[in-house]
Ligand binder design. Structure first.
Ligand SMILES: Cc1cc2nc3c(=O)[nH]c(=O)nc-3n(C[C@H](O)[C@H](O)[C@H](O)COP(=O)(O)OP(=O)(O)OC[C@H]3O[C@@H](n4cnc5c(N)ncnc54)[C@H](O)[C@@H]3O)c2cc1C
Length: 550
């Protein structure tokens, strides 16, 4: 056994969730070790293609948003989603999404109006992860161990002791940490070791995915190019994503319920039907992955000092692109809670907020994704035989199918509700409102609100900064009326060393949802408390916020 390593937090797995957690913890002065089986910069599978606005907002805070924004598709390549009879066939409908170059300035379209400083970004995980990795590996206080597998761990009063195997030398080492977080993906061994069980629907949809190189394909695609092509024809329905500047593409072949095995259908034939090309079309298979879309959520997210996050805690069909993004939201939620404990101002019960807040949200998002999957499966079965016909009837069918496809899918590709609508409730560290309930949300729809638990609606400050850029490291007290006396709250926070940043709001336009003189926000942008005056017992409010309430 080689020398022991010590950390505040040991993260198992350097996928997008583990890396984001490491960045966020480091930004709060927490010492982190990340163990990862893969060698440094070994690319992940070509999976996730969408970084949500909510994730980009966090990347902005962590100083990596611009690096991510500058990568992916060429700046002027359309990010639109199109539905066609085949990739090279007739267009049924188009969901317009601004290209990278116009992302901050475009105002027309189903997500161009969103109240955020960082709109979504379309980039494949193979480009995203190396950026997160390089950024994280260079941070002081972060030790990245590649080719290292955490094989077992034990818990004791003061924390966790893990055994890590160096996969190159076969040597083992002990890593001692106060907390450990399993960000070790869908087959998480940490999840199994804490006795958590995945519950839900194990099979919703089987998909054959093939990553291909076909540089000649771009020239065969007529009309305006797109980022995502849905192919709708009676032979084979599927999806194709543009991965780069026209060299490589990812083709998903969605198997039908009567095709229970991955080899029930011919992969090559299916790819040709989805793209709409004959036998003479040449392409190279770079990689292939057959995967099952599920809806599974772990029945517990924690055992004492060990937590799970990301795919380790939940797996579902990646409709709305909220698999990785939901995992990153876990990481952002857990990070500041752990830091509160490690930095000494949060009490033990602050950590209960993680499962109390995130478990219900993952349950809700997974239901949205599953319901959407059911509608997509139904729609694929209902493709009329004459959808490609050159006739008035064919044209009418294409118009109908296009309308339906737009209405159904604009919610998943412009999923405002999943970004801005979800709210935490039943949390031990939120001062829940007795007068008003948080507004309901759907996959696509949301209503801005300042009810505690909701995301504080975004606005720009008079000095040009985003509201979120002015947030402090833990809690921020927004004061909309300078006559409101906040001194007792500030001193109650100082007495417990709870970081509380006071911000006198100066802005040209503040969203209508802000109706109170004072609002307390957390660094993850959720509202924790609001009122027109600080409560008489400010010490009790501070205790609630730092997990010492009852
Ligand atoms: C086809 C497809 C499309 C998708 N599209 C989207 C999308 O558009 N948007 C979206 O948000 N999500 C999408 N997803 C989901 C997304 O890819 C995953 O949710 C995401 O990768 C999960 O990240 P993670 O960090 O939790 O886990 P992973 O990415 O699986 O990373 C886990 C890491 O842990 C390491 N590891 C495992 N065990 C150990 C161990 N014992 N010791 C050390 N290291 C270990 C692994 O090597 C791996 O690097 C898609 C998924 C698929 C299959």
């Amino acid at each position: 056994m080689s020398a022991d390593l010590h950390a505040d937090v040991l993260i198992v797995g350097a996928g997008p969730v583990g890396l984001t957690l490491a960045m966020d913890l480091q930004s709060r002065g927490v010492k982190v070790v990340i163990a990862e089986i893969r060698r440094y910069a070994e690319p992940p599978n070509v999976k996730c293609n969408h970084v949500a606005a909510r994730t980009m907002e966090q990347f902005r805070r962590l100083g990596v948003a611009q690096k991510v924004r500058n990568a992916g598709l060429p700046p002027t390549h359309p990010n639109d989603v199109v539905f066609r009879t085949a990739v090279t066939g007739q267009e049924l409908t188009r969901i317009p999404i601004p290209c990278r170059q116009d992302r901050y300035t475009e105002t027309e379209g189903p997500d161009a109006w969103w109240p955020t400083p960082e709109p979504p970004h379309r980039i494949n995980q193979i480009f995203l992860e190396p950026i997160l990795l390089e950024h994280t590996a260079a941070l002081p206080g972060v030790t990245l161990l590649n080719r290292t597998q955490v094989t077992s761990f034990t818990q004791h009063d003061g924390g966790v002791e893990a055994v890590a195997l160096d996969l190159d030398t076969g040597q083992e080492r002990r890593i001692k940490a106060r907390y450990m977080v399993g960000c070790d993906g869908g087959s998480s061994s940490v999840r199994k070791q804490i006795g958590a069980k995945l519950e839900g629907t194990p099979v919703i949809q089987r998909v054959q995915s093939t990553y291909i190189r076909a540089p000649q394909l771009a020239a065969l695609i007529s009309g305006k190019p797109a980022w995502c092509y849905y192919s709708v024809n009676p032979r084979r329905c599927g999806t194709m994503f543009t991965i780069d500047d026209g060299q490589t593409w990812l083709v998903h072949n969605h198997l039908n319920p009567d095709e229970p095995e991955f080899d029930s259908v011919d992969r090559d034939w299916s790819i040709r039907q989805i793209i709409g090309v004959g036998d003479d079309f040449e392409y190279e298979v770079i990689s292939k992955e057959d995967w099952v879309g599920r809806r599974l959520v772990a029945n517990r997210f924690r055992d004492r000092n060990v937590f799970i996050a990301g795919d380790a805690a939940h797996l579902w069909v990646p409709y709305a692109g909220f698999g990785m993004n939901a995992g990153i939201a876990d990481a952002i939620n857990l990070s500041w809670l752990l830091a509160a404990r490690i930095n000494g101002w949060g009490e033990e019960a602050i950590l209960d907020a993680y499962a109390a807040e995130r478990q219900p949200i993952t349950e809700q998002v997974s239901q949205f994704a599953m319901e959407h999957a059911a509608k997509m499966i139904k729609a694929r079965r209902a493709v009329p035989a004459n959808i490609e016909e050159a006739s008035a009837e064919g044209e009418a069918i294409r118009a109908d199918m296009g309308r339906e496809a737009y209405e159904l899918n604009v919610q998943q590709f412009c999923c405002g509700g999943l970004n801005f609508g979800y709210y935490y409730s039943g949390s031990p560290i939120l001062a829940e409102d007795k007068e008003e309930q948080p507004p309901a949300y759907s996959m696509g729809g949301f209503t801005e609100s300042t009810v505690p638990g909701c995301r504080a609606p975004h606005f720009w400050l008079a000095d040009g900064r985003s509201l979120y850029d002015a947030f402090g490291p833990a809690y921020t007290l927004l004061r909309f009326d300078r006559n409101a006396d906040v001194s007792t709250l500030l001193s109650a926070a100082a007495a417990k060393r709870m970081p509380l940043t006071a911000l006198d709001v100066k802005a040209e336009k503040v969203p209508d949802a802000y109706r109170h003189k004072l609002l307390l926000c957390r660094s993850d942008q959720h509202v924790a408390w609001r009122g027109d005056a600080v409560p008489a017992d400010t010490a009790a409010l501070v205790d609630l916020l730092r997990g010492a309430g009852h």
